[in-house]
Every structure is written in structure tokens, then in C-alpha cells.
Design a protein around this ligand. Sequence first.
Ligand code: PNS
Length: 166
Amino acid sequence: MGRAAGEVIAIYPGSFDPFTNGHLDLIERSTHLFDKLIVAVLRNEEKRPLFSVEERQAMLREVLAGYPNVEVDAFDGLLVDFAARKGASVILRGIRAISDYEYELQMALMNRRLHPEIETVFLLASEAYSFISSRLVKEVAALGGNVSGLVPAVVEQRLKRKFQGA
Ligand code: PNS
């Protein structure tokens, strides 16, 4: 799937296990920066995800249905190869705190080495969401804590179903 001339396609890759309001904020802010944004879920069973790739894609599609230039997809193998196949010239990543920086720097430099034409673009997380992580959301939900406001409603319901059978 290529791109039309002059069109800037960005890939927003991640585990999204689960998708949070921090991810959503980043997507909302970037929709007007790119012609098309592909939110791409990593297929990696080694990470022992809480939600299957299909469940994560279904939640993303539901939440992102109102954004005409946002697509949901999944990938395995190298991110840069997937990006190239999709005609993307940008990899989008969010940075919350300085602690994210080292990991992101390593990935961005490795990806640049593998595929110099693809640029990684970083957006800073909004203050209101900078403390949210999928890992903590899962932990809080698993222990019966309230995650409303941290994740979209559909994700909150699915977390409840997973942990409380509600
Ligand atoms: O949400 P995450 O778990 O921080 O996302 C990590 C992700 C999916 C961006 C990263 O693990 C990835 O790109 N994996 C694909 C394999 C790959 O390309 N590895 C080399 C990256 S330097």
C-alpha cells in the first residue's frame, strides 16, 4: 500500500495493552500533523499481553472511529519494514518523562540505522496524562482500583470484564 504524492503517512506503533487516554491524547494532537496516521499494534506474544491483538485492535477501532485519517493495523517483524511497506515516512512516539528518553533514543537511532529515510518524531505527553502507563493501569485495574479518566470507557469496561467478570 503506497502513498499519494506529497502525502505524509505516520505510524504510531506500540503494545497498547491497554490503550490509555495518554495514547488517545497523542493521537488527537497528531491527526492534523499528518495526512494519515496508522496506529499499529505490535504482535508479540512473548510480552504475555493482557488483551489479544484482536481485542486491542477492536478497542482502538471503536475509540478512533471518529477520526477519518486514522487507521488501525497490527504488525510483526521490524517496525521500519512495516513502515516502509505502508509508505510511511514518520514513526510517531510519545515521551512522558526523562525516564522514557533513553529507551526511545536507542530505538530511534536503531531504526534510523536500519532505515535512514524514516524519521522518528516525538511528541511530549500532555501534563495531565504524563503519569499514565499501560502497566500501571493494568496493575490498578487488577487490584480493583478505579481507572476511569485514565482510559477510554470501552477499555475501562473490558478491564472490568477481565478482572471482575463484570
Ligand atoms: O508500547 P511499546 O511496548 O513501548 O512499543 C514498543 C514498540 C512496538 C515500538 C517496539 O517494541 C517495536 O518497534 N517493536 C518491533 C520490533 C522492532 O522493530 N525492533 C527494533 C526496534 S529498534
